[in-house]
Design a binder for this molecule. Sequence first.
Ligand SMILES: C[S@@+](CC[C@H](N)C(=O)[O-])C[C@H]1O[C@@H](n2cnc3c(N)ncnc32)[C@H](O)[C@@H]1O
Length: 181
Amino acid sequence: MLFIFYLIIVIVGFLVPVLLGIYTVYQFLAEYKGAPYVPTSAKIVNEILKEANLKKGQIFLELGSGDGRIVRSAVKNYQVKGSAVEINLILLIYSKIISKFQKLNINFKNADFFKISFKRTDVLFIFLLPKTLKKLSPKILKECKKGCLIISHGFKIEGLSKYQIKVIERKYFPTYYYKIR
Ligand SMILES: C[S@@+](CC[C@H](N)C(=O)[O-])C[C@H]1O[C@@H](n2cnc3c(N)ncnc32)[C@H](O)[C@@H]1O
């Protein structure tokens, strides 16, 4: 009984503040490197993926995957091969645990997406700040193969306007679809 009491004291008094501290540091790092963590609402995730016409076996890559909800939904509902990159280690560990529980095979990587290759990707999902999209645009144009679908939730990607194939308009955060030709 006393052991459980001490365990609760350690978790609440030590582990929770430490994890919150690490999480806050990662939020600053993410803001500096791309965008802070703001999740896409679950209802909108379904709408975005439905409009993407995903095909079984396609390589789906999410840049800055947050809690992993989009890549999980794509793998679960459309049987794509899911990969995701996330700089925040706490969010990445959480995503891995949830995916394991749901028995979903997803390749989660703790990295900076500017340092990974997009060459094999069929579908790229992004929800990032405009300044980051501007920096990412030359890399997308250089590395994404012909036919690659790029889904940018929230903001337009500067430099890709001639590849835009559709947009889902919303009051806040429209979703833009681009196809590389
Ligand atoms: C606006 S959130 C979007 C989260 C998720 N994609 C969603 O739509 O629910 C942006 C995410 O990108 C991550 N991020 C920012 N810069 C990054 C970078 N350079 N490399 C990897 N992940 C990054 C952040 O930690 C955050 O989780």
